[in-house]
Design a binder for this molecule. Structure first.
Ligand code: NDP
Length: 259
């Protein structure tokens, strides 16, 4: 008989929790917000498009609250974090999901386009994480989850700025995890593969040859659904992942391990 080993059961969500999901009005962010609200987590979805957020909130129900926020409006972020905490309680979970993409030849990308990509995909993640971490540090608990991409692992053509931004996200995830985990804050990332959303559907549906090539090198042979990211985000943000920090979890049907 093994002594001293206690079986761990899957934790039911009993404690009241509050989460922020940026870009929660659509695509992967919506699926993450859905997984959270279905598990009793009060979820603030933030984005620029109010109509989209209202529609998402209607579908997600009373545990979902929307807030119009451009994550590149860095000066607005401390007040946003204060407002969330004062109205909805301590922030337990932050998911940095909002992101933009651009497909363009390397030599055609302008300085401004490159900088804009980093502003949204990197600097905004840094600023929001910093402000939320200040709150989490006072309580010595919390989870920050960043949404990366397999573009951080591969050399993909025509996505120079996006690749730079997602590679930065993975480095930041590790740096934040090392610094914050001793104080009870776990920091992880998910690297989605090809998942159906506005971002990828447009790109792949307009290029069937590319889609066939991508699927040929995805061992599971099909694209993922946003719910696959929702489930992974719920796990990594919750108590069942209490000993996991600093990881980048691929959710990609095996794409990243395929030759
Ligand atoms: P979508 O385009 O469907 O969603 C992106 C979201 O980001 C939108 O809800 C948008 O909201 C929000 N957003 C963009 N810019 C800002 C901003 N400045 N301020 C606030 N919100 C902003 O794409 P996905 O759901 O596919 O992408 C979500 C994340 O997943 C991204 O980080 C993306 O890089 C990553 N990803 C997706 C993959 C996929 O296959 N779908 C693969 C790999 C990574 P609004 O318009 O309201 O501002």
């Amino acid at each position: 008989m093994l002594r001293g080993i206690k079986a761990r059961t899957i934790t039911m969500q009993t404690e009241k929790k509050t989460a922020i999901v940026t870009g929660g009005g659509s695509g992967l962010g919506f699926a993450i917000a859905k997984a959270f609200t279905q598990n009793g987590i009060t979820t603030i979805i933030a984005g620029r498009d109010q109509a989209k957020l209202i529609k998402a909130q209607e579908q997600l129900g009373p545990l979902c609250i929307f807030k119009v926020l451009d994550v590149t409006d860095y000066k607005a972020i401390p007040a946003f974090v204060e407002e969330v905490e004062s109205k909805h309680g301590p922030i337990d979970i932050l998911v940095n999901n909002a992101g933009i993409n651009q497909k363009k030849e390397f030599t055609e990308v302008s300085d401004i386009e490159f900088t804009n990509m980093l502003n949204t995909n990197v600097t905004a993640v840094f600023v929001l994480s910093r402000e939320v971490a200040k709150k989490m540090l006072t309580r010595k608990k919390g989870s920050i989850l960043n949404i990366s991409s397999m573009a951080a692992q591969y050399g993909l053509p025509k996505v120079i700025a996006y690749t730079a931004s997602k590679t930065a996200i993975e480095g930041m995830t590790r740096a934040m995890a090392v610094e914050l985990s001793p104080m009870g804050i776990r920091v992880n990332a998910i690297a989605p593969g090809f998942i159906y959303s506005d971002m990828t559907a447009k790109a792949l549906d307009s290029d069937p040859d590319r889609k066939a090539r991508v699927m040929a090198r995805t061992p599971m042979g099909h694209m993922g659904q946003p719910e696959d990211i929702g489930a992974a985000a719920l796990y990594l943000s919750g108590e069942d992942a209490r000993y996991i920090t600093g990881v980048v979890l691929p959710v990609d049907g095996g794409n990243s391990i395929s030759y």
